[in-house]
Write a protein that binds this ligand. Sequence first.
Ligand code: FAD
Length: 462
Amino acid sequence: MERTPLIIGAGPAGLSAGLELTRRGVIPTILESTGGIGGLARTQVDGDWRIDPGGHRFFTRSEEVADLWRSLLPEDQWLAVPRSSAMLVNNRYVRYPLMGRDLLLQLAVGDVVRGAGGYAWARLRRQTRIERRETSFQEWGRSEFGRHWYELFFDGYVRKTWLADPENIASDWANQRIKPIGWQLSKNEQAVDQDVFRYPRYGPGQLWEAAAKKLADAGVDIRQNAMATSAHYDGRTWTVATDRGDIVTGDALFSSMPLRLLVTMLDPAPPEHIRAVADQLRHRSLITVAVALRKHYDIPYNWVYTPGPNFHVGRIQNYRRWSQDLCPKGFNGTYLGFEYFLLPDQDLWLANEHGLGAIVERDLHQLGFKNPQIERVMITRSKFAYPIHDPARDRSVVRIRDYLREHYPSLHPIGRNGMHHYDNQDHAMLSAIRSVGKYFGENVDPWQVNTDLSYQEQGLRR
Ligand SMILES: Cc1cc2nc3c(=O)[nH]c(=O)nc-3n(C[C@H](O)[C@H](O)[C@H](O)COP(=O)(O)OP(=O)(O)OC[C@H]3O[C@@H](n4cnc5c(N)ncnc54)[C@H](O)[C@@H]3O)c2cc1C
C-alpha cells in the first residue's frame, strides 16, 4: 500500500511529523495556512529586526528531542542563555523562580512579614492534612506559597494573563510550570546559576526553517498560504481542500490545527453532542509588541512578569538578553517585547499599530521608563496562543478523542492546539513523532505525552 499522509500545520508538531515520516521513507504533503514557518514558535522578521512572539526557551527532558534539535542546526547557531527572570511587584523586582532569600531581601517589610506568616501557616496546614487535594489553581497556590505571597505574585498574574478566575483553572499545569520556593541557600543558588537554556541565534523560527528546508530537500511539498477548510473521509481516503483551491488526497491526516476547528470541518460531520463539546474549547490570544528604544536601559533579566494592576502588559521580554542577533548590527538601545494576553474576540485584537503603540507608551511610563525615545514598534499576533485549561477541558477532549479514534481511525490530532493541551515545543514534537509510530502500527498512545504532573524543568537536556 502506498503511503500518502497529509499534514495540517508547519509548526513544531507538523514539521516533526514530517521529519519522522521522511526518516521512515514516507513523503507527506504539508498544508500551512500562513506564509511563515514555525507556528507559534516562528521568528517574525521586520527589516533587520527579529521578533520571538513568546520568548521560546529550548529545554526538554527527552534525549530524542534534544538530538533532533542538534541535528537541525549546527552548534555555532545555538546560544546557551542563562535564565534570569523576575517579577515586578509593588515597584520591586524579585527574582523568579522564587528563592526564600530574595523574598526576604527584595520585598518591602510588610510583604515579608505578611508573606512569611501566610507561608508558615500554609505549610503547617499541609503537614497536618491527611490527603492533598488542591484541584483549582487558587487552592494550589495558597497551599504552596501561603495566601499573601500567592496573591502578590500569582493571583493577579493569572487573572491578567489567563483572563480567568484562578478558582476556575485546574491546578495540573501549575505543578508542571511553577517551581516551589527554594529555601536551601547554597544548593539552590547553584541551581539558579546553572539554569541555562538553548536558543537559536536568530530566534526559534530559525530551527523550524531549517526543518522545513530539510523536508523540502527530501521532496516534501510544503504549501504555504494554504488553509485547510474541509476534510472528507470516505472510510479509506482523506480529501482535504484549502482556501486557495488545493484538493489533496492521502491515506492519513495529521492535524495540528485547533481541535475545535478540526471538528467543524470534518465530513462526514461528527454528531451534534461531539460538535457541542468541541465548541466549548477555548483559546487565549497573544499580541506581542516589540519596541526598540534608542535609550539603553540596563535590565538584568531575560524577561519580567508584571502582575500589577497599574499596567496592561503581562510579561516583558528583554530580547537582547536572548540573542544580540535579534536586532540590527550596531544597535545599542533597548529591545523589548511587550506581551498582551487577550481573548480572541476582545477589541484589543483589532487595535492598530497606533492604538497598541499608545498602550505600550503608557505602560513604559508606568513602569518607570522616562523619555524612552521609541525608535520602532512592531506587532505580531497569535490568535490560538494558549489552549485554555478548565475543569471541562479534560472531559471534553477525552470525549472528542474517543469519538475521532473510533470513527476516523487514520486521523491523528497532534501538538498543542491539535490536542488542546498546554504543550511546549518538545511535547508538541513528541506527540507528532508518537502519532507517526501509531500510523506505522506501533502500540503507542500519543495522548500520554506530557501527562506527567510534576515540575518539568528539572533533569533537563539542552
Ligand atoms: C507566549 C508563548 C511562549 C512560549 N514559550 C515556550 C518556551 O519557552 N519553550 C517551548 O518549548 N515552547 C514554548 N511555547 C510553546 C510553543 O510555541 C508550542 O508548544 C509549539 O509552537 C506548538 O507547536 P504546534 O506545531 O503544536 O502548534 P503551532 O505552533 O500552533 O503550529 C500550528 C500550525 O498550524 C497552522 N494551521 C492552523 N490551522 C490551519 C489550517 N486550517 N490549515 C493549515 N494550517 C493551519 C498554523 O498556522 C501553525 O503554523 C510558547 C508559546 C507561547 C504562546
